[in-house]
Write a protein that binds this ligand. Structure first.
Ligand code: GUN
Length: 297
């Protein structure tokens, strides 16, 4: 029936997954290993500040050791590389995350390459990108696409043999998302199409998607008529749009026009409350994976 797409609740799935993870955290602690995460924030980007605060809070609630290191926006690349070296050598820290974007004087690639791949819980180091690409489970999967994959699996969305269309080719979401959907295993085995800014007739392609994953960074880009009736829509976008009627002056919208899409899709994630909570959950999973691999290589 139109208008009643199932809502995929990332908050609930994330909470259930964190409860499962608690057992492994307790087991590691029983062996004297407390998984530890260092989060590095440079400057005062308002969205980044929110994300970093949420990551710290999630670590605290899960009983992980965590440090949030805040550096001024004028920080030099040399200083940041020095900090990373220090964290690479710190035995309390199993995972290192440098919040992106970085200020213009810092080359993000050089920074991401300096993180010890064994502590790269973001999965952005080329060694982990390569491992994820060839399906080596010891590699760290970037938290956002990993969270989307878990959301599909745990919502009972079959991916095998289905046509998954990924909108966006970023290193953080689109590319690793395509790699995960392509893997041989649960949440994989899909036929994957990646669309981007140079793709012709995007709507013609998205309408063929059994599963449409949107990570294009444009508020409400995907309209109802771009969606295959009954298809699954996963909205990775988080955009602030001005709304003077609200105290904070803005509201959050995804990359999908939710009200329209809900009338066409079979299932859809909301913004907020869809992919976001899963991303932080998977960061905790990756930090625990890092501690496990460190303690029993
Ligand atoms: N900025 C937006 N998404 C991410 C992410 O997944 N990791 C980091 N480090 N920065 C981000």
């Amino acid at each position: 029936m139109p208008g009643d797409a199932k809502i995929i609740d990332g908050t609930a799935v994330g909470k259930a997954m964190r409860a499962e993870l608690a057992a492994e955290i307790a087991a590691l602690k029983g062996r004297g290993v407390t998984p530890g995460l260092a989060v590095v924030l440079i400057g005062e980007n308002p969205a980044s500040q929110v994300y970093v605060r949420m990551k710290g809070k999630a670590c605290q609630e899960a009983g992980l050791y965590h440090e949030t290191l805040k550096l001024p926006k004028e920080t030099t690349e040399g200083n940041l590389l020095g900090l990373i070296e220090r964290l690479n050598a710190d035995h309390k820290i199993h995972g290192i995350l440098v919040q992106l974007p970085l200020p213009p004087q810092i080359n993000a690639q050089r920074v991401l390459h300096r993180i010890d791949p064994a502590k790269d819980v973001d999965g952005f180091h080329p060694e982990n990108v390569g491992k994820v690409s060839i399906g080596d489970a010891s590699g760290f999967r970037p938290a956002t696409p990993y969270g989307v994959q878990q959301l599909l699996i745990r919502s009972g969305v079959e991916t095998t043999g289905r046509h998954a269309v990924v909108l966006g080719r970023s290193n953080i979401v689109g590319r690793p998302m395509a790699a995960l959907l392509l893997q041989d295993g649960p949440g994989g085995n899909a036929t994957v199409t990646v669309c981007h800014s140079r793709t012709r007739d995007i709507g013609g392609i998205t309408r063929q998607a059994d599963i449409l994953i949107v990570a294009i960074g444009k508020p409400e880009f995907v309209t109802g008529e771009m969606i295959k009736p009954g298809g699954v829509v996963i909205d990775v976008g988080v955009n602030r749009v001005e709304d003077p009627s609200l105290k904070q002056g803005y509201r959050l919208v995804g990359d999908v026009r939710f009200a329209e899409a809900k009338r066409v899709a079979g299932a859809i994630t909301p913004v907020p409350g869809g992919v976001g909570p899963m991303t932080i959950t998977m960061l905790l999973y990756n930090t625990v994976q890092a501690a496990r691999q460190w303690s029993a290589p």
